[in-house]
Design a protein around this ligand. Structure first.
Ligand code: ADP
Length: 326
């Protein structure tokens, strides 16, 4: 295995709070271990267009508390082509970068895996996505912050929902995964969560809604994952309005609010541990792995597993939500 002297770091795909804490950890742990570190701006696009700068410890000062990513992020079609990836490889060689740390979601790690195999290039991935949909880690960087944001928003909406005795459908992110909707619902005391993993028929929904209004509460809140499988909050609200015109239905789509904000302590610690572990992985000659944390232990998850396997939702959580919203 060729010796690694210089490590490049990039953030790619959807941004997530805690990415900066991860950039800081990779940079500082890397420098501590005697590597030089280079920051690659705008994900794979900046890799192809050579937007790369030397990173010293001071480049990552005062960022652990900030949302977004100081390296910026982008989506890059060119990188999905062999020609684009060849350009990226040429830039890495020219810059003297011997290994990459890629922070991103499912798509970014898919790209990393293809590139690593194509050029036999050492890459370690960090799971950076608010959706928590990467297999092999209990939590992804950004998920806890997004969950807290959702909880705070639902608390506010509850005030108005209760005052007007309304039924609210609140749409949260998670195209393929219901983690945010389900745990957001539990954390905010919502009546139900509609998630892509579990099909919900109109009559079940009606039952949920009726139950919501039957009890002592005089408002009802349903969290809906944005997925086409659920139909989104708009789609569900339309269905309910048609069948139950007696309810005063409202929709709120939280949208990009969920991506922003200062990361929680949980996300800062997760990102810091994972970033430092990425350097350990490279020192141990690990390649093509994503860093995960399960049961509070660092684990190395082969890209093939992290990307291909669907992370299952814990069905006990659904049961808990149902029992607590009677
Ligand atoms: P996320 O990482 O948040 O899931 P995307 O799915 O948009 O975000 O992926 C980010 C980038 O990763 C894409 O713009 C592309 O450059 C790269 N990528 C995604 N899928 C592939 C693929 N199959 N082959 C090569 N690169 C990919």
């Amino acid at each position: 295995m060729a010796e690694i002297k210089c490590i490049g770091i990039l953030t790619s795909g959807g941004d997530a709070p805690g990415m900066n804490a991860a950039i800081r950890a990779v940079t500082r742990a890397g420098i501590c271990s005697g590597f030089s570190v280079k920051g690659i701006y705008r994900g794979y696009r900046g890799l192809i267009t050579d937007e790369i700068v030397d990173f010293k410890t001071q480049n990552v000062s005062n960022i652990i508390q900030t949302g977004g990513t100081i390296l910026k992020t982008a989506r890059c079609k060119e990188f999905t082509t062999p020609e684009g990836r060849q350009l990226a490889y040429d830039v890495l060689k020219r810059e003297g970068i011997d290994a990459l740390v890629v922070i991103g979601g499912d798509g970014s790690l898919t790209g990393a895996r293809i590139f690593a195999n194509e050029f036999n290039f050492p890459i370690v991935g960090l799971p950076g996505t608010i959706d928590n949909d990467l297999y092999g880690t209990d939590k992804t960087i950004g998920y806890d912050t997004a969950l807290n944001t959702i909880m705070q928003c639902v608390d506010k909406i509850r005030d108005t929902a209760t005052s007007h005795e309304r039924l609210f459908f609140i749409e949260v992110m998670g195209r393929d995964a219901g983690f945010l909707a389900l745990n957001g619902a539990i954390a905010s005391g919502a009546e139900a969560a509609i998630i892509p993993e579990i099909s919900t028929e109109v009559d079940q929904l009606a039952e949920l809604v009726k139950n919501g209004f039957r009890k002592s509460k005089n408002s009802s809140i349903v969290l809906v994952a944005e997925s086409p499988i659920t139909g989104g909050a708009m789609g569900l609200a339309e269905r309910v309005k048609n069948e139950f015109p007696q309810y005063d239905v409202r929709v709120t789509i939280l949208g990009h609010l969920q991506r922003g904000g200062s990361p929680t302590a949980v996300d800062r610690i997760l990102a810091s541990r994972m970033g430092a572990a990425a350097i350990d992985a490279l020192l141990e000659d690990q390649r093509n792995v994503m860093i995960g944390i399960t049961n509070d232990e660092i684990v190395y998850v082969p890209f093939s597993k992290a990307i291909k396997n669907d992370k299952p939702i814990n069905r006990d959580l659904l049961n808990t939500l149902r029992r607590l919203s009677i």
